[in-house]
Design a protein around this ligand. Structure first.
Ligand SMILES: C[S@@+](CC[C@H](N)C(=O)[O-])C[C@H]1O[C@@H](n2cnc3c(N)ncnc32)[C@H](O)[C@@H]1O
Length: 449
């Protein structure tokens, strides 16, 4: 730690800097400035001199050759004392890779900073400061396990100012981990990796399947059906009620693309439609749908959206619930649907909300979603998602793209819903509150014009 006392008339100014580079200036026993610093920072403060407020600045800096910490003092913009020496501190460390590593980490050059610090450890393997900054670097990279391990080592090797772990900005990602309190309680000696965010294990590309092939895996299909039958599922409590509201005037012939097990068909028949045609590429889905629906005005076909012959001006309504995220060329499907609709016919479709699909391939905290990091929003295209104990390829398009495509193809958007949950559709108040945090669905009604 650096410490220096400076007298300005009757006033005592103290400067100190803990090993993390957090600098504090104390005037007559009172903190007047506290800042994080790497190579130097200004600490302004005022002193009353003969009834007048005088502005002082104490500037910390580092001698580029000796790595000594120095101070300059200026009064009303004029330097009054220069190169005041401050003793001891990390900047005088002889370990070059440690010094450069810390500087890089604080400058957010994280990858290289970590590399330098790891090299630095070869010279001083029990250096708590190196471990502390490694933890900062890993925290920024969102590597919780590595970050916890580095903190554990930092404390084991007698880190001074352990309380910095609780306040340092760069460590915020580690502190939000579920397992952080238990880690703290153990005095930073033990942590449970199941309570930490893990980077998802990278599966080989062939382990991510597309659309129907994903649903046709027995283990995926079984879990999916279990999920759909659960209480307060997002499909049942948010997506379907919105879709049903947009289908209030449904009538005539209806095509349901990516119909799954045709969950909606019974509702539509009860609403008096003339004919329901459901298409889906999954053999398991179509088989389940057939086992539930045997009405004469129901047709179920196992086919992909890409290869189905949609025909021209055949349907009054087309429905596409949560299927378009599996389609690489969504524009082509919208064009087929547009052609297949009769004049003034309507398309009602739901997709996973673009804020979700944008970053669904990124790691997230285990357990129920309480918050969601949006990233890569404007990079459209495929996303690999680990879901239902398996891997699936989905496609992300922005809200703007959905709107533009529909518009360009000749649809008029009549309703756009972002999946606002309604209390009446939830059994659990807690689940309702949780579902108000992150938009899960985008639902659009568009009319052929
Ligand atoms: C999330 S499920 C939704 C099922 C149904 N629409 C519902 O909401 O209950 C997605 C469905 O899309 C189907 N699917 C995915 N890609 C497809 C494609 N290219 N052609 C046809 N069906 C596809 C899957 O087999 C699956 O049944």
């Amino acid at each position: 730690m650096h410490y220096q006392k400076i007298k300005i008339g009757d006033n005592v100014v103290e400067f100190h800097n803990n090993f993390l580079g957090r600098e504090t200036v104390v005037l007559n026993g009172q903190i007047v400035s506290q800042k994080a610093s790497t190579m130097g920072v200004d600490h302004p403060f005022t002193i009353i001199e003969t009834g007048e407020k005088i502005n002082y600045i104490l500037t910390s800096k580092v001698d580029g050759n000796t790595w000594e910490a120095l101070l300059d003092l200026s009064r009303e913009g004029e330097i009054v004392e220069e190169n005041i020496k401050v003793s001891h501190g990390i900047r005088s460390s002889k370990n070059k890779r440690k010094r450069s590593g810390i500087k890089k980490i604080v400058d957010y050059d994280i990858e290289e900073g970590i590399e330098d610090l790891i090299e630095g450890l070869k010279k001083t393997p029990k250096d708590p400061e190196i471990y502390f900054y490694l933890a900062c670097g890993y925290a920024i990279q969102e590597k919780a396990v590595e970050g916890f391990e580095a903190l554990k080592n930092a404390v084991a090797f007698n880190l001074q100012s352990v309380e910095e772990i609780l306040i340092h900005d760069m460590l915020a990602f580690l502190r939000i981990q579920k397992g952080f309190e238990a880690f703290l309680d153990s005095n930073f000696t033990e942590y449970d990796t199941t309570q930490l965010t893990h980077l998802l294990p990278v599966k080989a590309p062939e382990n991510y399947t597309k659309g129907a092939a994903f649903y046709d895996k027995k283990e995926v299909f079984d879990i999916y059906i279990q999920h759909r039958n659960r209480e307060d599922t997002p499909n049942g409590s948010i997506e379907k009620p919105i879709v049903m509201r947009l289908l209030a005037e449904v009538s005539g012939e209806v095509l349901d693309v990516g119909c799954g097990y045709a969950d909606i068909a019974t509702d539509l028949i009860a609403m008096g439609i003339k004919k329901y045609t459901g298409i889906d590429a999954s053999a398991r889905m179509i088989e389940l749908a057939q086992s539930k629906l045997q009405a004469p005005n129901v047709t179920l076909v196992q086919t992909s959206l890409e290869s189905w012959d949609y025909g021209t001006s055949k349907y009054n309504w087309v429905i596409a619930r949560l299927v378009l995220n599996y389609v690489a060329d969504v524009k082509a499907i919208f064009q087929h649907i547009h052609k297949a609709l009769k004049k003034d016919g309507c398309l009602v479709f739901s997709v996973e909300h673009p804020v979700l699909t944008s970053s669904m391939n990124l790691p997230r905290l285990p357990g129920k979603k309480e918050s969601w990091l949006v990233d890569n929003y404007f990079t459209e295209g495929d996303r690999r998602q680990d879901w239902l104990n398996s891997g699936v390829i989905k496609y992300h398009w922005t809200l703007e793209t959905y709107w533009q495509l529909l518009n360009d193809i000749g649809f008029q958007i009549e309703a756009l819903k972002e999946g606002l949950p309604e209390r009446i559709n939830f059994k659990s108040e807690r689940e309702y509150q949780r579902r108000k945090r992150i938009p899960l669905f985008l639902v659009i009604k568009a009319r052929k014009c």
